[in-house]
Design a protein around this ligand. Structure first.
Ligand SMILES: Nc1ncnc2c1ncn2[C@@H]1O[C@H](COP(=O)(O)OP(=O)(O)OP(=O)(O)O)[C@@H](O)[C@H]1O
Ligand SMILES: [Mg+2]
Length: 312
């Protein structure tokens, strides 16, 4: 079954003196048990989409069901089955992480004993055991964020919405959040997350959705999205090639001291052969999610032409 199904979903923010079309007919399905990574530039509409899905904002047009319940007509049922960390939300500062999770769970109907056990498990999972009794007001920003993640993961919500859950987390903490998310998905819970870390979206998600200016530009498993882009390979060459030469093989981008060439499979092979003949250093790999993002959303890498000429 689909955990999330959006059909022609649109949102226009209207205020006195203006309006803003934040979502434009977004149609998207997320299968149960998957981890969907929603990516897109600032202002693309990610938070708007997530807020509509988690029933804190009404759509202007179209419809959305979460676990079979309509987000507008059946919002109470939706709320009972989801848990959400909104963007930039902070936990209550007068509680400690253990109390925070405990109260969240008892409010959701868990027994006291169950809430206690689940709270301790989630705290341990996110590396927060030593901070379990420290007031939130005395915790660092990253620790507060982790306490929020522990809180929603400790619940039995079938679908969890996380708006930039790892922003500001250290690399190890980030990985503990990833582990918690993976474990939840293994237990057939559905995770819907937004992130600006494309390595994270790549490592974690089994489905990717790309929003740009309110429009869904691509959606599906990572491999399906890779198959769609013009240049599925990335070649990095240190020297021995000129821009005009590389342009015949794909899309060269000057990276301060070397070329990144986005290219096709056959072209990648030819370039590798040439590099070998010329004794130039070369590395070849499938495109990263960031390369894909740049190709789909386009125009973000601003190549300085002067620098580019120097490198040629
Ligand atoms: N309450 C609001 N009133 C009016 N316009 C809004 C409101 N909230 C968001 N917007 C606009 O809607 C668009 C989408 O915003 P949204 O917050 O959904 O983007 P986002 O993809 O989450 O961006 P970010 O990566 O910066 O969090 C933007 O143009 C934004 O300015
Ligand atoms: Mg946002």
């Amino acid at each position: 079954m689909e955990a999330l199904k959006a059909t022609g979903l649109s949102k226009r923010y209207v205020w006195s003196g203006g309006s803003n079309q934040a979502l434009k007919e977004v149609t998207l399905s997320v299968p149960t048990g998957s981890i969907l990574g929603l990516i897109g530039r600032n202002g693309a509409g990610k938070t708007t989409f997530l807020r509509i899905a988690s029933t804190s904002l009404l759509p202007t047009d179209g419809s959305m069901q979460i676990l079979g319940h309509d987000v507008v007509d059946d919002s109470v049922a939706v709320r009972e089955r989801i848990a959400v960390i909104p963007q930039e939300s902070r936990p209550f500062y007068w509680m400690n992480p253990r109390e925070l999770i405990y109260y969240f769970l008892t409010m959701r109907g868990h027994t006291k004993a169950d809430a206690r056990t689940r709270a301790d498990e989630a705290l341990a999972e996110l590396g927060l055991t030593e901070y379990a009794g420290t007031l939130v007001s005395r915790l660092s920003g990253g620790l507060r964020r982790r306490a929020m993640v522990a809180m929603v993961m400790a619940s039995d919500a079938e679908m969890v919405f996380l708006d930039e859950p790892t922003t500001g987390l250290d690399p190890l903490a980030r990985r503990s959040v990833w582990e918690a998310i993976r474990k939840a998905a293994k237990a057939n819970r559905t995770i819907f997350l937004t992130t600006h870390y494309l390595d994270e979206a790549d490592a974690l998600s089994n489905r990717i959705a790309i929003l740009e200016k309110g429009k869904l530009l691509a959606e599906g498993p990572r491999e399906a999205i890779t198959a769609k882009v013009k240049h599925p390979y990335r070649v990095v060459v240190s020297d021995g090639f000129s821009r005009s030469e590389l342009e015949r093989y794909g899309e060269p981008i000057w990276l301060e001291n070397r070329w990144l060439l986005l290219t096709g499979e056959r072209e990648a092979r030819e370039i590798s052969k040439m590099a070998l003949e010329r004794g130039a250093k070369l590395s070849l790999a499938p495109v990263s999610l960031e390369d894909i993002f740049m190709q789909i959303v386009g125009k973000d890498i601003s190549v300085d032409e002067a620098e580019a000429d120097e490198g040629a």
